[in-house]
Ligand binder design. Structure first.
Ligand code: FAD
Ligand code: NAP
Length: 454
């Protein structure tokens, strides 16, 4: 084992920062961390996923700033592993590599019409309104009266809520100006959120669900018949967590409300699955099948399609049925799970044995579920195994050389932490006069120019 361990952490979202924090806290061995991120900006989904009207959740970045300030930490932004540097090169330059690259794409529904214009992955809308530089060219036609959101998770709620916010609600946020303009000019009057199972099985959490009932410009609409529970769901509810019990209470409150006549509404429906997205040149509707719920043998229920079908007309569909991980060349990947093949964060080779020096953490390790804090325990577990391997001399011997030399030879423009700080300062200064946390730079050119001007 070298006296000083050099570790590359790929990605800069919560999992990467929590991994870096745990590594830099180690005294024996002492560790230096190079955090390698494809974007010029850190924080992953905290910057580019968490809804802009939830600034208190984005403030976790303060903890990440403290980690970045520790001795031994370096940020190398604008460097994509697999494009600018390979896994094989990282393996030779570092004692260990941790992949914390998140889940970069969306799960598919696998139904006809999914790719019609007007049918979007929630991932695209989320990245667009949050200012992700790869998504600013997208043009969402929000002129339609009805939008349908498929899925019953927190992302589905984010999408429904963001589309319904008023000027006053959007004004103090860091939503991009283009998105604010489009949402305010939108013709959407009704947003219908569809769950394939029932109210007891929805994946959302209570605070996020409750917020739907407090929107200034949208009524929440729920037909009480949607809340009738089958015997299995009744039993599931009785044994369910406080979150699920609270969710059902909130839904019952929604169902008992009189509409206030707000300009928009968010309608919740359960036990329906999309079987096709309909339309000639673009989305004109969704064909739905009504489901019955049958015990799944694991204490919950599964959706079983009936013969009952209907067409819900709409001009926009947002598919919010989960994110999905993507493989990195040279790193074993489980296509079915959409995760790096691993045991508790140790990456496994074809023989099922750990590959020395190769680890993963966060969504790419366990799949796209869990809140920001979930990644702390997850990343710490990975780092503990890495340090255990280091102490037991199970890490490979690293070669001479540095990533700086490799990237310089390729003419890659690296955005170091000072470059990110320059972007951050400029964004905050643009937001400050308007009472906004920041006005984001959201093109590659703007981001790189700001980083250069540090
Ligand atoms: C829309 C949305 C809203 C959410 N809102 C909340 C919320 O309000 N509260 C909450 O607690 N949780 C929320 N979550 C969950 C939370 O964001 C995740 O648990 C967390 O971000 C996962 O962390 P991660 O580090 O694994 O991945 P990510 O945050 O996705 O970070 C991965 C990073 O890796 C980088 N990367 C990818 N490929 C490469 C490569 N080849 N080379 C270099 N870098 C690469 C990416 O650019 C990214 O910066 C939300 C999730 C989503 C999708
Ligand atoms: N404010 C917050 O704290 C916040 C905000 C956003 C995201 N997050 C977290 O980020 C993670 C990801 O959120 P997410 O919403 O993307 O995923 P999620 O919580 O896994 O929800 C996915 C939803 O899609 C449904 N679904 C899956 N396949 C479907 C299909 N073929 N047809 C119809 N519906 C289908 C699922 O239903 P089934 O249950 O029937 O499979 C579920 O309701 C979650 O852990 C979430 O809590 C947190």
């Amino acid at each position: 084992m070298s006296a000083l361990l050099r570790v590359a952490v790929v990605g800069s979202g919560p999992a990467a920062f929590y991994a870096a924090g745990a590594l830099l806290a180690s005294e024996e061995p002492e560790v230096e961390v190079d955090m390698i991120e494809r974007l010029p900006t850190p924080w992953g989904l905290v910057r580019l996923g968490v809804a802009p009207d939830h600034p208190q959740l984005k403030s976790v970045s303060k903890a990440f700033e403290k980690i970045a300030a520790r001795p031994g930490f370096r940020f190398l932004g604008n460097v994509e592993v697999g494009r600018d540097v390979t896994q094989a090169e990282l393996a030779s330059l570092y004692d260990a590599v941790i992949y914390a690259v998140g889940s970069q794409t969306d799960r598919r529904l696998g139904i006809p019409g999914e790719d019609l214009p007007g049918s979007w992955a929630a991932t695209e809308l989320v990245a667009w309104y949050n200012g992700h530089p790869d998504y600013q060219h997208l043009e969402f036609d929000l002129s339609h009266e009805r939008a349908v959101v498929i899925g019953n998770g927190n992302v589905a709620l984010d999408v429904a809520r963001m589309l319904a916010l008023t000027a006053e609600e959007l004004a103090p946020t860091d939503t991009t100006d283009a998105a604010i303009e489009a949402i305010l000019a939108s013709g959407i009057r009704e947003i219908v959120v569809l769950g394939r199972r029932g109210p007891v099985q929805a994946a959302w959490t209570s605070t996020e669900l409750g917020e739907l009932g407090d929107l200034a410009g949208a009524d929440v609409v729920l037909d009480p018949a949607e809340l009738e529970l089958d015997p299995s769901s009744e039993a599931e509810l009785e044994a369910a967590s406080n979150v699920v019990q609270r969710n059902v209470e909130i839904l019952r409150d929604f169902a008992g409300r009189t509409q206030a006549g707000k300009p928009r509404s968010v309608r919740l429906r359960f036990r329906v699955s999309p079987v096709a997205i309909l339309g000639e040149a673009s989305v004109e509707g969704v064909e739905l099948v009504r489901n019955r719920l049958a015990p799944d043998g694991r204490g919950s229920v599964r959706a079983v399609p009936t013969d009952e079908r209907e067409v819900l007309s709409c001009g926009l569909v947002f598919r919010s049925v989960g994110y999905r991980g993507m493989g990195i060349p040279g790193v074993p990947f489980d296509e079915d799970a959409g995760t790096i093949t691993n045991a508790d964060g140790r990456v496994l080779g074809e023989n099922g044995m750990p590959i020395p020096g190769l680890y993963c953490a966060g969504w790419i390790k366990r799949g796209p579920t869990g809140v920001i804090g979930t990644n702390k325990k997850d990343a710490t577990e990975t780092v503990e195994l890495l340090l255990e391997d280091a102490r037991a001399a199970r890490l490979p011997v690293r070669a001479a050389g540095t990533i700086d030399a490799v990237l310089a030879e390729r003419g890659r423009e690296v955005v170091m932490y000072a470059g990110w700080e320059a972007i951050d300062a400029l964004e905050r200064s643009r937001g400050e006069p308007h009472g906004r946390p920041r006005v984001k730079l959201c093109t590659w050119d703007e981001l790189l120019a700001a980083a250069r001007a540090r």
